[in-house]
Design a protein around this ligand. Structure first.
Ligand code: NDP
Length: 287
């Protein structure tokens, strides 16, 4: 029987990308880590194995955050294994870009809101029930688009605006129980989820950053670790933007289209023009 660890974190969607980097970073900081995943069992198990070999404690638990029964079981397993919970990172999320208004369907809306918003609410409810008397910490993954929405990603941006709003509401509500709630709002960050984005868009975002580079998952994990530490003990109801700091995303988005969801002849033509822009350097305007 292992002793109860001093601090325990549960990270939703930790099999890949930013979530995995957060798991690695918080394990380095001495947390026992619950690695939640939806589909990527092999990657989640490999991460747990690596963290354990490095001397940490970790557990992979499958669960779709958009399903309340899964979330309840996820937290019960976490507390049964480690005996406590201190930090929830609401990282699981789906991004969708290149979706014009006319292509927004019920399926698209439900997929994004069910995972990015409903899942965050379910997990926050469960965590607030499992935090002890000394409180806890909820850290939400928002996005810069929550505050600066752009064309062709309306529903995704709306989910992240909802995340920002929920962060503030829950912070005010849970503060008296010493539960701090904060958010991190990355700009474009190199992960599987953003690998397919057009080179011209990546270059544009790079140009809007102060440091002249895109974010990496460890960059985001470092800020999450800071928010989870006593160093930020007075911070609550706070959203940390990271990355792009300038530019005019609206005008640029109107000239570009991302990989469309639900292909159409118009989107294919826009892509052809985008390709041509990348080779000729001339701006492209969508029909
Ligand atoms: P990835 O697509 O690389 O990884 C997503 C992770 O979320 C995977 O581990 C996936 O698990 C998990 N996941 C997806 N749906 C569910 C679900 N219903 N239940 C449980 N787990 C789920 O994403 P990123 O790392 O790029 O993004 C992580 C977070 O950061 C998201 O909330 C995203 O919106 C936000 N963000 C990302 C930015 C970026 O540029 N990358 C910028 C701003 C915000 P599995 O593989 O098992 O399906």
């Amino acid at each position: 029987m292992h002793p109860t660890p001093e601090k325990v974190t549960l990270i939703t969607g930790a099999s890949r990308g930013i979530g995995r980097a957060i798991a690695e970073r918080l394990a380095q900081d001495g947390f026992a880590v619950v690695v939640n995943y939806a589909k990527s069992a092999d990657q989640a198990q490999a991460l747990v194995q690596r963290l354990t070999q490095q001397g940490g404690r970790a557990l992979a638990v499958q669960g779709d955050v958009s399903r309340q029964a899964d979330v309840i079981t996820l937290f019960e397993r976490a507390v049964a294994e480690f005996g406590r919970l201190d930090v929830l990172v609401n990282n699981a999320g789906i991004g969708a870009f290149g979706v014009p208004l006319e292509n927004i369907t019920d399926t698209h809306y439900d997929a994004l809101f069910n995972t990015n918003v409903r899942g965050l609410i379910y997990a926050s409810q469960a965590a607030s029930q499992h935090f002890g008397d000394s409180g806890g910490h909820i850290i939400n993954l928002s996005s810069v688009v929550g505050n600066r929405p752009a064309p062709y990603s309306a529903v995704y941006a709306a989910t992240k605006a909802a995340v920002d709003s929920l962060t503030k509401s829950f912070a005010a509500e849970l503060g008296p129980r010493r539960i701090r709630v904060n958010a991190v709002a990355p700009s474009l960050t190199e992960t599987d989820g953003t690998a397919g984005m057009p080179a011209a868009f990546r270059e544009h975002i790079t140009q809007t950053t102060a440091l002249g580079r895109l974010g990496t998952a460890p960059d985001i994990a470092g800020v999450v670790a800071l928010l989870a530490s006593p160093a930020t003990g007075l911070m609550a109801r706070f959203c940390t933007p990271m990355g792009a700091c300038g530019g005019n995303p609206c005008s640029f988005h109107r000239q570009l289209v991302f990989q469309p969801i639900g292909s159409s002849a118009q989107a294919a033509e826009a892509h052809r023009r985008l390709d041509s822009r990348q080779t000729t350097g001339k701006p492209v305007f969508l029909p």
